[in-house]
Design a binder for this molecule. Structure first.
Ligand code: PEP
Length: 256
């Protein structure tokens, strides 16, 4: 597989952090540090920060994303935000299936598929998260599980639409824990996901799709992770809130 054919994407996932004023400050601090990035730079921010983040990102190479979306266009879904609404706000990216949504808010493979479908229909680029719990890794079912999560999430997604899909392999045991998958573990599962794409679509599609690693990626470990042949950047939680650390990860992805 030819890595040079794919653009790495480094996306921050701010989770439930930062007020609009703080969001403006953070984007303003990150922007000069990543201006020469050779990878795509994305900040996925809380809904209430979208306008402020966009304002601060204007004229920079930082793209703004959201952290979730509902699958219906509108209706009686108190507290939810639709993909259409995000698009109307100028959002370009959205995360679906993050493990924190699956663990704390009842997201399932089926709702992840629905959210992904709605996001594609609205014209967004989707970062679809998949990954195993530690018990599942210890049971030896990581590959099967991640393959199934990927297949369900991509149900009904066409080969053309795949250009707006990024898969993020995020082992749940590595998220926010400071415990990172080894570069070999990350690459192994990203390669399995690429194999699933080849099976569902074809070899060209597999070669073109961006597959990120996420899980305690930081300034110190990013270079080794993103240098792996099947790892095309990262989804970054904690370190995305620290401008110098996030910039170091972007630099690592630029070098590839
Ligand atoms: C994430 O939230 O997707 C994530 C990978 O978090 P962290 O980098 O903090 O582990």
């Amino acid at each position: 597989m030819n890595k040079a054919k794919r653009k790495a994407v480094i996306a921050g996932n701010w989770k439930m952090n930062k007020t609009p004023a703080e969001a403006k400050e953070l984007i303003t601090a990150i922007a000069p540090l990543v201006k020469d990035a050779g990878c795509e730079v994305v900040a996925c921010v809380p809904y209430v920060d979208i306008a402020a983040a966009q304002e601060a990102a204007k004229g920079t190479n930082i793209h703004i994303g959201a952290e979730n979306c509902h699958w219906e266009k509108s209706g009686a879904f108190t507290g939810e935000i639709s993909a259409e609404m995000l698009k109307a706000c100028g959002v370009e990216y959205v995360i679906t299936g993050h493990s924190e949504r699956r663990t704390y808010f009842g997201d399932t493979d089926v709702t992840v598929q629905k959210r992904t479908r709605a996001a594609l229909d609205a014209g967004l680029t989707v970062i679809v998260c998949v990954g195993e719990y530690l018990e599942q890794r210890e049971q030896g079912i990581t590959g099967e599980l991640v393959a199934l999560q990927t297949k369900i999430a991509l149900g009904g997604v066409t080969k053309e639409e795949l250009s707006r899909i990024i898969i993020a392999y995020e082992p749940v045991w590595a998220i926010g824990t400071g415990r990172t998958a080894t570069a070999a573990q990350a690459n192994e599962v990203c390669a399995i996901i690429r194999g699933v794409i080849a099976e569902l679509y074809d070899a060209d599609a597999a070669e073109a799709v961006t597959i990120q690693y996420g899980g305690s990626m930081n300034a110190g470990n990013a270079a080794e992770l993103v240098a792996q042949p099947d790892v095309d950047g990262g989804l970054i939680g904690g370190a995305s809130l620290k401008p110098a650390d996030f910039a170091a990860i972007v630099e690592a992805a630029t070098k590839g």
